[in-house]
Each structure stands twice: as structure tokens, then as C-alpha cells.
Design a protein around this ligand. Sequence first.
Ligand code: CA
Length: 524
Amino acid sequence: MHTFKLMMVCLLILSCESKQTIVADPPNILFIMSDDHANAAVSIYGSNLIETPNIDRIGKEGAVFTNSFVTNSICAPSRAVLLTGKYSHLNGLRDNLDTFDGSQVTFPKLLRAEGYYTAMIGKWHLKSEPTGFDHYEVLIGQGPYYNPPMVRNGDTIEHIGYTSDIITDLTLDALENRDTSKPFCVLYHHKAPHRNWMPSPEHFGMYADQDLPVPATFFDDYRTRSRAAPEQDMRIDDMFLSSDLKLQPGYYDEETGTGGAGSSSFDAAANWEREYNRLTPDQKAAWDAHYQKVNEDFKAANFTGRELSEWKYQRYIKDYLRCVKSVDDNIGRVLDYLDEHGLTDNTIVVYTSDQGFYLGEHGWYDKRFMYEESLKMPLVMRYPNKIEPGQTRDEIVLNLDFAPTLLDYAGVAIPHDFQGKSLSQLVGENPAEDWRQSMYYHYYEYPHGWHSVKRHEGVRTDRFKLIHYYNDIDAWELYDLQEDPDEVNNRIDDPKMEGKIVELKQELAKLKEVLQVPDSELAR
Ligand code: CA
């Protein structure tokens, strides 16, 4: 190669790839992720629904990020972004129907190559076998709430108990049995509070005598929005009476819910019967002792209209929050373990979710849309040796940033094609002033898959959001998040916003170029 060219290539590499640095005492990493946990159900974010003292503790003793966003709001794609540090169009996993290519570079592989003990415990959901771990034990697919079979390093293992407790027991086992001559990176991933929200008997009694506030937009009529909003299939009103709301046969006349299945061949009642019959006799007795009365009260009340909608909301939100409570309780057990073993100061603890979720806003459950409730994720990060406690950061951060952050703290070079940025730049002594000012979003799972949310991409800045729906629709939405935090007033046809729309369309085009989004993505 010509010397000049070689020099240019070297300069390019140096400018793009962070250098390997020697970290005197490489930190341990405990990366905690739950599934579908909305910020509105975390007390450090001001929840009016629940207290989550253990998640809050991580934030109070470290940093709380208030604008942490997912790049593609659905389970498997979010997990692929976490591992690879790349957008869906580059890591190849665009929706839940795709299979993860486990041969690609991931941050656990890079840590392991540099001497870390790596383990993955809990929900994996990427179809292919986990790669890059010294030890793994993962749920099969979504996994059930009770008595989960799991795959441990290739072998199926049966467990009896509540899944959130079991995943935690297995995480503590992995910590206890690790090679202590190495720093560890343990991914501790809960299934909860994913649908169908079956709580632990410990928390059946929560909210027994109390109803929870119904969100202001619960009866949203979707006026001003494109037809993407009314044409979804994720309304709480349309939940399955059986598998979602857990009414046993005999307590309702017929299944009226569509459940977002997109196909009438999905038998929700049979699905619920299967889930219920997974319970042991003791678990069934505890379940029935609580839920039979709820079901009887429902049958006797004979609700219709608005009252029926509100009953469904209460049934849903209470079970969802009870599941969150078990996640929080169990996180407390793991934080205690770190304390008891002198590991707290030199361990990075991250808590996040694979994306946000609707807790009745717009009348919905589920995620997928680029609206705030599903775009935003909880993110708290503690690392006493390096992160001053009590920080709150409002910059735009992404799930794309997790991989580079962890590599950076470990002193491991960040590959030049990773697309995120290290959060250490925000929570260190001199917070970066040139942080990103906007983010790119892209959702793909349509028309196949669940919930009929149309394909869309968009850009969000600190104040504005522009969304473009495509495929069987070509429509735009614009929101001013400062004036309209609930995103009910689409301003795309407002003449006053013309300049802003031009500016945001330019920003969207610029982001797509930088992030290497091919034009063909919109033709998919
Ligand atoms: Ca999820």
C-alpha cells in the first residue's frame, strides 16, 4: 500500500476507534434488564403507581438518566442493539421474527477476550444460542412466569418456583461460583413485567382495596394523528379476557378480545389454560384464593361501556405492577450480595428495560410506537469508584450506548463500527458538551407480527419529534413535547411549524446518512 494511503488509514482508525487503555482495577459489571418496564412504574422517575426502592437506590447512589431512549421499541431488536452496539439495520435483527446472528462481534465477547468472566442469566429471546459467555442459563423464548424450563449451557433444566426469583437465584449462583481471579460481567435479565403479567403469590394482595389513577389520555380519540394511531391493535379494551385479564372459563360469556394477535387462529383461552395448568397444586391454591373472588366480583358486576374499560385497566395495571414489585425485590437481593461481598465500590450496576411500555396512555398496553411511553426506558447506573452519586442527566442517551460504555469503563477498545457513545463522558468529572442533540428511531414489525403498528422512522430532539409512517401508509406527525407532552396534538399541518418541519427532515436525512441507513430500508 502507498505510504500516504497507509498513513491516512491509520489516522482514520485512530480517529474512530478508542484505544485499549490499561485500567488498574477493571470494574465488575452487573447489567440488569427487565422487559417492558415503563418509567411511569419506577418511583425515582416520579411514579404515582408504585415504590421501587431498590431500583431507586441504584440511581441515588449513581446517575439517573431522564432521556434514555430505545432505537427500535420491541424486545428482541432492543437486545440485539445492546449486544452489538449497532442499529437494527446493521446487526440484522429488525423484528421479533428475525434470528440473531450470534457470530457477530458483541461486547461480552470483547470483554471475555480481555479476561472477563461473562455470564448471561434470564431472558435472552434471540432464538440463536447465546455466544460470548463462559456460562449461560436462559429462558426458552419468552418463558413463563412460573416453573420455567431453562437452557443451561445447552442443557434443558427444569425449575419450580416464580421465574423472577429463580432468575435471581441463578444470578447469585453465577456470582458465587465465578472465577474470582477475573473481573465479572453478568447480564441479569428478567422476563417480568412482560405480558401476561402473572404476579408472585407474595404480591397478590397489593392494591387489593385500592384503585389506581386512570391516565389522562386513556380515552384518547386519536384526533389529529395519522391513521397509524387508530389502526393499531393494542388497546386495553381489546385485551383477551382469558390470557391477559385471567378470567377463568365460566366467568365470562365469550372471548371478545383481539389481543393484537393479528390472527383468529390464536386460541387465547387455551393459552391461558396452559399457563394456569403450569402451576403446581400449591401455586394453584394460592392463585385461586386470590383471583376467584376477583373473577366472581367481575361476573356479578356485569360491567359495560366505560366501566368495563376501567375494570380492564385496573385488572391489567395491578398485575403489571405486582410483577414489577418482584423485580425490584429481587434486585435488592443482588445489591445486598454485592454489599456483603465487598463488591459494591468496584462494580458497575446498570438497571434498564428493553424498552418502555404503555400503562393505559392512549388507551394502550404494549410498545412499538415512537411516542414517549414506549420510546423512553428507565436507566440508572451506579459505579461508586468512578461515578459521583446523586447525578441526574437529561441528555439524549440510547440503548446503543450501553456496549461502548461498558467497554470504555473496562479499558477495552471500542470497535470503530459501534454506533453509540460512552456514557462515561456524561457522568465523569467534566461532562461532555458536544453530546448528541437528536436521535434516530426505526420500527419494522408490520404487517406481520402482533399489534398492527405501522412501520415508521423518526427523529427526536430535546423538544420536537417528527415521525414518518410508511409501508401501506405515507404519513407524517410532528409533536412539540414542551407544549404537548402527551403527544395528542399532531402539528404536521400547522403553517407555523413549516420551518421546524424542514429543519427536522434535514436532521433525519443527516442521521440516516451518518448511521448508514440504506434507502432500501423504506422499501422493506
Ligand atoms: Ca420488551
